[in-house]
Design a binder for this molecule. Structure first.
Ligand SMILES: Nc1ncnc2c1ncn2[C@@H]1O[C@H](COP(=O)(O)OP(=O)(O)OP(=O)(O)O)[C@@H](O)[C@H]1O
Ligand SMILES: [Mg+2]
Length: 316
């Protein structure tokens, strides 16, 4: 199912060495790739030269290293955008939600995170010249709030065939955080075998929050979240896909000192998201989106509305 490389797959690592490494807590390729040959030699009881060989092989497997600016440039040229349905909103994003990156949408309940998720899963299927990518979507639904009828409404408003649009959304309900991580692995397979332009995880953090409650579990939660987001980021880069994750804010009646503008998951989630959008409710059906973090766009705000037909400009 996953394409994870086992220790034994590395040239030079036999069953015995793999066992020693695991016993000493070195299960991940990355931890070996970043060791010094002296350290590895000691931990796995190997000669220095052999240890160096294993480190080199791990690095090769992980594809760590430099590439030319031109390669980067070319990859970036491939970046595409999915439009939201509100021009002002697209503008603060530099033209829409981008591929090859994780976009995090966070805000309080009812701020339209799920509405945006539905809208993008619909819009991604529009042709390129209509603001989509002409591709399907993967939708990981962790709060049981995916509503096919809502997709139908939005698709009809876009002039799309609702049945076809629903057919091209691969949706799965995640029952707990481990299941959610498993679904991200499965998504890799779906993305390999289908033409997918968007992966949605709504909500990224809710299951992790309820599975790791105690203070003592925080470190473990963050580590798992980090791993989960790494899987998503790999997907985004490997298949030129836009990844949209939603996240809630701290504000909570039983958290007296929660900051209503701070997202859950702290810097782990923030650092893994190239683009961060903070949503807040405004008068009536208006919502304000604020671009919080972008490597190349200025901070900006946009007002939009949620209507029957989906995300629309405020003067719609
Ligand atoms: N058909 C519709 N027409 C107009 N507004 C709608 C429609 N459907 C939903 N909404 C609006 O969207 C809001 C819900 O937004 P959404 O479910 O996206 O919130 P959320 O940010 O995902 O919240 P949570 O944190 O609870 O998941 C509703 O309060 C309503 O105002
Ligand atoms: Mg929601």
């Amino acid at each position: 199912m996953t394409e994870e490389v086992e220790l034994e797959d590395i040239k030079g690592v036999g069953a015995k060495t793999a066992e020693k490494l695991r016993d000493s807590g070195y299960e991940e390729l990355m931890s070996i790739a970043t060791m010094s040959s002296g350290e590895l030699a000691e931990v796995a009881d190997l000669g220095d030269k052999k240890a160096q060989g294993i480190i080199t092989e791990s690095r090769k497997e992980l594809d760590i290293g430099f590439e030319s600016g031109k390669e980067r440039y070319d990859q970036r040229e491939e970046m595409k955008r999915i439009m939201t349905g509100c021009e002002e909103f697209d503008e603060i994003l530099g033209g829409g939600v981008e591929t090859q990156a994780i976009t995090e949408v966070y805000g309080e309940y009812g701020s339209a995170k799920t509405q945006i998720s539905h809208q993008l899963a619909t819009n991604v299927q529009l042709p390129r010249d209509e603001g989509g990518l002409g591709k399907g979507a993967v939708y990981v639904d962790t709060e049981d709030t995916f509503i096919p009828q809502r997709i139908e409404q939005m698709a009809e408003a876009n002039g799309q065939d609702p049945e076809e649009v629903l057919d091209d959304i691969h949706v799965a309900r995640a029952f707990n955080s481990d299941h959610q991580m498993l679904l991200a692995d499965e998504a890799q397979e779906i993305c390999q075998n289908n033409d997918i332009g968007l992966v949605v995880v709504d909500s990224l953090t809710a299951q992790f929050r309820s599975d790791y409650v105690g203070r003592g579990e925080l470190a473990q939660r963050q580590q798992k979240l980090n791993k989960h987001m790494n899987t998503l980021l790999r997907l985004a880069n490997a298949h030129n896909i836009a990844v949209l994750v939603t996240n809630q804010v701290m504000s909570n009646p039983d958290q007296m000192f929660g900051d209503p503008t701070k997202a859950i998951g702290g810097h782990i989630v923030a650092h893994n998201s190239a683009v961060r959008l903070y949503l807040r409710k405004s008068k009536k059906d208006k919502r304000i989106a604020r671009l919080v973090d972008s490597p190349y766009m200025p901070e900006g705000e946009a007002v939009f509305k949620v209507a029957d037909r989906g995300i629309v400009p405020e003067d719609f």
